[in-house]
Design a protein around this ligand. Structure first.
Ligand code: SF4
Ligand code: SF4
Length: 391
């Protein structure tokens, strides 16, 4: 099987919203033209070994307009068919129109959008009117058959409203993906809002309990992913794998970065698609070497940690932020990762020990009488869901 390769396309860093903790929006940002998109395609034609997921990110990617996607999606699908392209988008949906929805639906583009909880709480963090604008776009997306999931950013303030937020997602039947408000290398905007690592750990344990309590009735994607990490003993989301070399982001001018979080900072450009750089030359760039240094650093710094195989020191970008872009530590959210991984492994060990040997299959009994569902039940639920989704 070919390795997965992830290309994030950032058509602009502009965005019509003004979220209080945003670090990426830049009103003066240019927009990617079709010429640059064609250069992206030509660059990737020379990279033949991988399966590629393209995620349109921002800023706000819908600012690129219907015409951009009407050309870009068939171009990528046709010219890069050997890479088996799949698509995704991260958008606030404000600019969703029936025309854009039609083309995204034709290419099966799932969308992740952002809502931080009930309207009042969301608009306090993301600006007045945000909630209604996103819900309007959501309705159009759903009418056109698009799959939309919600990302909820938890901040230092909304952490204290976690029960209200979880209830909102549960009562609306929305799948919840949690995102902590994080500090940035680009600016200090997020600082007053960032989630404390200890609070993040506590939040994850709370969400684990919530997920088990409402098993089958509410999906919390982070909890599913964290349990899969432990169960299969390797990371299943970018934070917990060595993302370097398998993820790239392309900015509006064709600049190549290690991830969307670096886009717009010239000192982190690895190359430009117009020059058709090889993967080796990208890995040899200054930032390519910095990302590799992180892997080596983690191998030393986390050597004694029981979770190193499926944590991998967390996110290299997060790790660089407190040190002005240098590698001098692992991801500061280590405290949170260790807390939730300890919790999951501890519970899993107890569940395994409690299972009678003759009951042990790949997925032992989900629930014994009088017992609450545990990690094994959650994994079994996930496996059954995957089986049902298989063609
Ligand atoms: S730098 Fe962080 S956010 Fe970016 S791909 Fe790597 S782990 Fe993910
Ligand atoms: S939990 Fe902390 S110490 Fe353990 S691998 Fe992750 S970052 Fe390293």
């Amino acid at each position: 099987m070919k390795n997965a390769f992830h290309v994030m396309i950032v058509p602009t860093l502009g965005c019509p919203a003004r979220c209080r903790y945003c670090w990426s929006s830049d009103p003066a940002s240019p927009r990617m033209g079709m010429g640059t998109l064609r250069e992206v395609v030509d660059w990737l034609k020379g990279i033949e070994k991988e399966r590629v997921t393209f995620t349109f990110h921002g800023g706000e990617p819908l600012l690129a307009g219907a015409g951009f996607y009407r050309e870009a999606l068939p171009l990528i699908s046709r010219e890069l068919a050997h890479l088996e392209p799949e698509f995704a988008m991260q958008s606030n949906l404000w600019l969703m129109t029936p025309e854009i929805a039609d083309v995204l639906a034709e290419y099966h583009v799932p969308i992740g959008t952002s809502i931080d909880g009930p309207e009042d709480l969301n608009d306090t963090q993301r600006g007045e009117g945000y909630f209604q604008k996103t819900m309007k776009g959501y309705a159009i997306a759903r009418e056109h058959g698009l799959k939309v999931s919600f990302i909820c950013t938890f901040t230092s303030r909304s952490f204290h409203e976690r029960e209200k937020i979880v209830r909102f997602f549960r009562e609306n039947g929305f799948t919840l993906k949690l995102h902590p408000a994080l500090p940035s290398l680009r600016n200090d905007n997020p600082e007053p809002w960032t989630l404390d690592p200890a609070d993040y750990g506590e939040l994850l344990v709370y969400l684990l309990d919530t997920s088990l309590e409402h098993l089958g009735r509410m999906e919390i994607m982070n909890i599913n992913d964290l349990c899969k990490c432990v169960f299969f003993r390797h990371g299943t989301v970018c934070t917990f794998v060595d993302c370097m070399g398998s993820t790239f982001a392309i900015g509006p001018d064709g600049g190549i970065y290690p991830c969307y979080r670096f886009v717009g900072m010239p000192e982190y450009v690895m190359g430009n698609v117009a020059d058709r750089p090889t993967l080796d030359s990208l890995a040899d760039s200054h930032i390519g070497r910095l990302m590799r240094d992180f892997r080596a650093f983690v191998n030393r710094a986390c050597a004694g940690c029981a979770h190193i195989r499926y944590c991998r020191g967390g996110c290299p970008y997060n790790a660089m932020v407190p040190h002005g872009g240098e590698i001098k530590g692992v991801d500061p959210y280590c405290t949170a990762y260790r807390r939730i991984f300890d919790e999951i492994t501890g519970r899993l060990d107890r569940e395994m020990a409690d299972s009678l040997p003759f009951e042990m299959g790949p997925f032992p009994p989900a629930r014994q009488k009088g017992r609450k569902p545990g990690i094994m039940a959650l994994m079994r639920h996930q496996a059954m869901k995957m089986r049902m989704q298989m063609p």
